[in-house]
Design a protein around this ligand. Structure first.
Ligand code: F6P
Length: 489
């Protein structure tokens, strides 16, 4: 960081994807949202996988090098797309990263049934996961060639073996890895064959600093290293002694770029959606906005609403539950099946409670930021009931722009709960009766109490921004590079 070289960011998903019709789509998910905020605050080059044919074409057009892009409503910066062999990429993305790692890190495996680890899965790691990590590692090495004291920030679970590859070629590099999803307890990791698990921990421990959203993920990671590897761990200070190096393990809760989100809320395109929403709204509105991911617990959300309607018939025809879900990872069979189960359950609940002119659940299977932000402004209740979720940025974006003192129902198993729990209605995501009761409690809450909670949430969300998040990490990078001692985070 001392020689003015740009910060090198590397992740699987990039800030944009180029679509077949020539349009540019902003990357979805917490990671893209966070890094767009970060990259537009710093001189950075962002290395990411080319995910569509058009991304590959763009990369070819620039000779595989970094080029300047403009992210819709996200600023300008340099991106380098890396194209991997399609078969390797498929094994990486659809078999190993999702579902294997994703499911381990969200406790999603129903272990008496799945997974079976066969040659298929092992080869997906060797000839898929590692190949894509290697391709991205090579791009990193090219970007830092000739720079002194380069700093590389690696992002998320798709890239656990990349740091080891970079470290072997450039022992002098400073590697910082941020994991955007939960880190689970040691037994969840015993699903993986020891050799694969060891490669993952070796790769990760090639970093100088490993960051998580919460103190509890940090603790779980340290416990994993203690129980599943030979390395010495200082649980208090969060340090792993790795041969002759120390690895710091820290918690940096991710804030949202709240000024940018407020800017989106002011857009004309958002206002157009709002007019339609307000014209059609019933007395009360419940909202959820999520990727259609198993970890988000969409089915129990609808079951909770079903129970609520059954136990409180006085709300019939007076309320709509809008669920805006973005289809995600649809080539992974578990995700495709989940989407079908969501549609089937919505049909059942609507059939059970609906009337000729009232559809209790309005399911919108699409990814439209303007529409989501318009809905944020007008909900009475927002439901975030994820089974497990790294942070959940929707839990921060909604209360920021909401104009009705809406109440947040928030799963205690989201990273956001560590910060926002005090002003939300906390729920155990498996307890659907509690969820139904919370919907009722939110809808009947005294206006003063709603206002108090809404103000509390807004205050927390606006107290930090991605600039602070990156500054905290850069401060640690500097401190560690100077040989400073770790302090508990
Ligand atoms: O934030 C968690 C995360 O899994 C990111 O790693 C990922 O980019 C995003 O959600 C969306 O998932 P995907 O890139 O598979 O669409």
């Amino acid at each position: 960081m001392s020689n003015g070289a740009p910060l090198v960011l590397v992740s699987n998903r990039g800030p944009v994807t180029y679509q077949d019709d020539g349009s540019v789509k902003r990357g979805t998910g917490g990671l893209a949202t966070a890094l767009i905020g970060l990259a537009s605050h710093r001189d950075a080059v962002w290395i990411a996988s080319a995910m569509t044919d058009r991304d590959v074409a763009q990369s070819d057009e620039h000779g595989g090098r970094a080029f300047e892009i403009e992210v819709p409503h996200g600023g300008n910066f340099r991106v380098r797309f890396v194209a991997s062999d399609p078969e390797a990429y498929d094994r990486f993305y659809n078999i190993f990263a999702n579902p294997m790692l994703w499911f381990i890190q969200h406790y999603l495996w129903d272990q008496s049934n799945a997974p079976d680890i066969r040659r298929h899965e092992v080869e997906a790691f060797e000839f898929g996961y590692n190949v894509v990590n290697e391709d991205l590692a090579e791009a990193v090495l090219e970007e830092i060639e000739g720079t002194d004291e380069p700093v590389v920030m690696v992002h998320d679970y798709q890239l656990y073996t990349l740091p080891g590859m970079v470290r072997r070629a450039r022992p002098d590099v400073f590697l910082h890895h941020f994991v955007h999803i939960p880190w689970t307890q040691p037994d969840a990791w015993r699903v993986l064959p020891t050799r694969i698990r060891d490669e993952i921990f070796d790769g990760l421990l090639a970093n100088d600093i490993i960051g998580f959203h919460t103190r509890s993920y940090r603790r779980n990671f340290l416990q994993c290293v203690r129980d599943l590897t030979e390395h010495e761990v200082d649980m208090e200070r969060g340090v792993v002694r790795c041969r002759d190096r120390d690895v710091w393990v820290r918690a940096y809760p991710l804030p949202i770029d709240w000024r940018a989100t407020q800017g989106v809320a002011e857009r004309d395109s958002v206002r157009e959606f709002e007019e339609r929403l307000v014209r059609r709204r019933r007395e009360y509105s419940i909202l959820r906005v999520d990727r259609a991911d198993l970890s988000k617990n969409v089915l129990r959300g609808f079951t909770g609403f079903d129970i609520f309607l059954e136990q409180h018939p006085e709300f019939a025809e007076r309320i709509t539950f809008t669920a805006q879900l973005m289809p995600s990872r649809t080539d992974v069979p578990e995700y495709a099946e989940y989407l079908e189960r969501i549609e089937a359950l919505v049909a059942v609940v609507n059939h059970r409670h609906g009337t000729p002119d009232w559809m209790p659940i309005d399911l919108k299977l699409r990814d439209d930021l303007d529409e989501a932000v318009a809905s944020y402004k007008h909900y009475d209740v927002m439901m975030v009931n994820a089974m497990f979720d790294g942070m959940n940025l929707v839990a921060k974006e909604g209360p920021l722009v909401n104009e009705r003192d809406g109440v947040s129902i928030l799963s205690e198993n989201t990273g956001a709960h560590e910060e926002l729990g005090e002003f939300a209605l906390s729920v155990n995501p498996f307890d659907v009766q509690e969820l139904a009761d919370s919907i009722y409690a939110a809808l009947t809450m005294e206006p003063q109490e709603r206002a108090r909670r809404a103000a509390g949430l807004k205050q927390i969300v606006t107290s930090r921004d991605p600039g602070d998040w990156i500054d905290e990490q850069v401060a640690d990078i500097r401190k560690k590079a100077r040989g400073g001692a770790a302090v508990e985070s």
